[in-house]
Design a protein around this ligand. Sequence first.
Ligand code: KG4
Ligand code: ZN
Length: 336
Amino acid sequence: MITLGIETSCDETALAIVEIKSSTEVRVLGEVLSSQIELHQMYGGVVPELASREHLKALPLLFDGVLKASKLSPLDIHAISVTKGPGLKGCLLTGLDFAKGLSQGLSVPFIGVNHIEAHMLSPLLEDEKPSFPYLSLVVSGGHTELSIVRSIGDYRLLSRTGDDAAGEAFDKSANLLGLPYPGGPNLSKLAAPYSGKKFNLPKVMREAKGFSFSGLKTAISLLVKEHSEALAGDIELRGELAAAIETSIVDAITYKVKEAISEAGIKNLGVSGGVAANTRLRKELNINGVRTYFARPSYCTDNGVMIAYAGGLRLLKGESSPLTVTVNPSWRVEDL
Ligand code: KG4
Ligand code: ZN
C-alpha cells in the first residue's frame, strides 16, 4: 500500500510517500521537509500562528515536491496518514484539512495518527530493529515518555515528564546561555569539545517519580546569573557550562531508563524523538546488557516517514478516519 504521510504538528512541514506491505516490509519512495527554524529564530521559540500560516503555504508545494521525489502521480497514492495530535492546534488543523481534501479528491481513505506513537514506532524503520516487547524512550521538544511497546498498537505508559520535556530543558537552557533557537542542537555543538567538569549541577530527579527538569532549570539560571560577566567574555567557560548542562540532562534521562529497565525486566530499548539525535545521549544509552536501537537522526526529529508508517500499519488493518474527525492537541498515548 502506497501511503502519503503528512506531519504538521509543530514547526516542520514534512511529507513522505512510503510503500508499506507489513510492519517489516517498508520502502521509502520519497520524503521532503520544510523547516521553519529561520522564521521562529527571531522570537526565540515557535510562534503558533506564524507556524500555521507557514504550513498552509508549504503543504501544496511539498506535495508537488514529494511526488517528484518519488516519481509518482497523485493517482498512485492508495491512502493518507496525517498527524492528528498531540501538537499545536492550528498547525494540526492545516495538515488534517489538507489530508481530508486530498482524500476526497483522490477517493482514498485517510487516517489521523498519534505523533508520539509514530515516534515510538520509528526505531522499527531501521534494518536493525528491536523485537517485542521493547522499552520505548521518546525524548522530544514536547514529550519525554517511557512506555512498553508490547506489539504495534499495544502500549503501556510507564512514566512521562511532570514538567518540562527533555527538549524543552535543552531549549530553555540554551536560551539562558543566549544561544539561538532551536537550543538543543546549538547547545550540543557548543558543548562538544568540553567535559563540563568546571560546573557542579545537581543530579536531577533521581528520587522523583517520572521525569522532572524544572529543578535543573532553576540551578542553571542561578549559575548563569552568578557567572554572567565571566560567561560573556569567555567562550571556553560557556562551552564548559553547556557541557555541564548537557551531561546533567543526559545523566537524568539515562538514570530513569536504567531504573525502568530493571523494574520492567525488558532488555530491548528503542529510542526516538528530537533529543535522541544528541550524540552524548546516544553514547550513554548503550547500556551494558541492553540492546539499544535508535531511530536514525533524521527520523528522530519530526518527519513524514514515521507518520506514513504509523498510519499505514493501521490502514493495512482496515482502520481509517471519518471526514468528521478533528484534531486532538493533547492526545495521550494511553488513550489510543
Ligand atoms: O521530535 P522533535 O523534532 O519535535 C517534537 O515533537 O517536539 O524534537 C525537537 C526537540 C527540540 O527541543 C530540539 O532542541 C531537540 O529536539 N533536539 C536536540 C538535538 N536535536 C534536536 N536536543 C539535543 N541535542 C540535539 N542534537
Ligand atoms: Zn516530534
